[in-house]
Design a protein around this ligand. Structure first.
Ligand code: NAP
Ligand code: ZN
Ligand code: ZN
Length: 347
């Protein structure tokens, strides 16, 4: 075991603060990574404040990890010391169920092992995330990272990138589709960039008037302020596809009404409170309401390669780890342009 510096929440009501954790020594198939950057996802905040329930304390969040390999186990084939490497939201799964065999490890029938707040498959250890100096991960869950793009902008691709890429690809969004991206935060801004790059007509649906100019710079063709009744009415029965990235309670019905016949709304945002959706809002116009969880390892690699080829990165504000609690408050106010990324050199 080696001791690693980290930032942890000791309870749902205490701020994140320095804490030392223990990492296992790399086994034959493990890769040990020195963490350079870690993105700040709203799921980190939901978890450390126990908003979804089930948080194991102390909790060390962070699942948008970019770093450099410092050590590899004897049987590791795909990574060498000194190379760049990435870790997203999962560090293990059963590898035997139908989903795992298909590369859909996020839907593992026996439960994925989250990068943080997870239970390790071997032993009874708890997983701790990327707000730390180093991490040890089985090579099957480590991603290859191109050296062509700025690393701080690549880190958020490992969650915000794949979580928006996967549903857009699964539902074959592209040229000729009218797409609404709901919520302009970490996930939302990647949704805009990716949907636009796939050739769709993209409309930003936001409750923040100050984000209109940015939405257009990111690639949105239109902007609808969701608090303006006239603007909302103008997109009634309009969209083929809506990607809902909102982190807080909101009225799903208002957005379902924006779908045309056979339109689909996919929830990736995970508010802690359940939504009320009358069946009639789906029955009329044969609408679909669906959900999607991150993406499997093969698709995450495909997304990273696609972004490297098309020069797509996240727009980030690099922060020092000591400012993390203040940044959580800003994230709650929707005041992020558009992802905080921690420079781990500051830990
Ligand atoms: P974020 O950066 O905080 O963005 C959320 C956005 O939602 C805000 O920027 C804001 O956009 C909008 N919003 C916030 N409060 C709102 C309210 N009360 N009413 C309407 N809109 C509101 O968060 P994120 O990191 O993108 O994560 C978004 C959600 O996705 C979180 O719940 C997170 O846990 C979840 N998530 C899910 C997956 C998955 O696999 N499904 C993966 C990662 C994250 P505007 O200012 O533009 O309105
Ligand atoms: Zn995330
Ligand atoms: Zn499985």
């Amino acid at each position: 075991m080696s001791t690693t510096k980290a930032y942890a929440a000791q309870s749902a009501t205490t701020p994140l603060a320095p804490w030392n954790l223990k990492r296992r020594e790399p086994g034959p198939h493990d890769v040990q990574i020195e963490i350079l950057f870690c993105g700040v996802c709203h799921s980190d905040l939901h978890t450390v404040r126990n908003e979804w329930g089930g948080t194991i304390f102390p909790a060390v969040p962070g699942h948008e990890i970019i770093g450099r390999v410092i050590k590899t186990g004897d049987h590791v084939k795909n990574f060498k010391q000194g190379e760049l490497a990435g870790v997203g939201c999962m560090v293990d799964s059963c590898r035997e169920c139908d989903n795992c065999k298909e590369g859909l490890e996020q839907y593992c029938d026996n439960g994925l092992v989250g990068t943080y707040n997870g239970k390790e498959k071997e032993g009874d250890g708890v997983t701790y995330g990327g707000y730390s100096k180093q991490i040890v991960v089985h090579e099957d869950f480590v991603l290859r990272i191109s050296d062509k793009l700025p690393l701080e902008g690549v880190a958020p691709l490992l969650c915000a990138g794949i979580t928006t890429y996967s549903p857009l690809r699964y539902w074959k969004v592209g040229k000729g589709d009218k797409v609404g991206i709901l919520g302009l935060g970490g996930l939302g801004h990647m949704g805009v960039k990716l949907a636009a790059s796939f050739g769709a007509e993209v409309t930003m649906l936001s409750h923040s008037p100050s984000k209109e100019a940015d939405a257009k710079k990111l690639g949105a063709h239109h902007f609808i302020l969701t608090s303006d009744k006239q603007q909302v009415k103008s997109v009634n029965n309009y969209f083929d596809f809506i990607l809902d990235t909102v982190s807080a309670e909101h009225d799903y019905n208002m957005y379902l009404s924006m779908l045309k016949t056979n339109g689909k709304m996919v929830c990736v945002g995970a508010p802690p409170t359940p939504a009320q959706v009358p069946a009639f809002n789906l029955i009329f116009k044969r609408r679909t309401l669906a959900g999607s969880l991150i993406g499997g390892i093969p698709e995450t690699q495909e997304m990273l390669d696609y972004c490297a080829e098309h020069n797509i990165v996240s727009d980030v504000e690099v922060i020092a780890i000591k400012d993390i609690n203040e940044c959580y408050e800003r994230m709650l106010k929707g005041d992020v342009r558009y992802r905080f990324v921690i420079d781990m050199g500051t830990l």
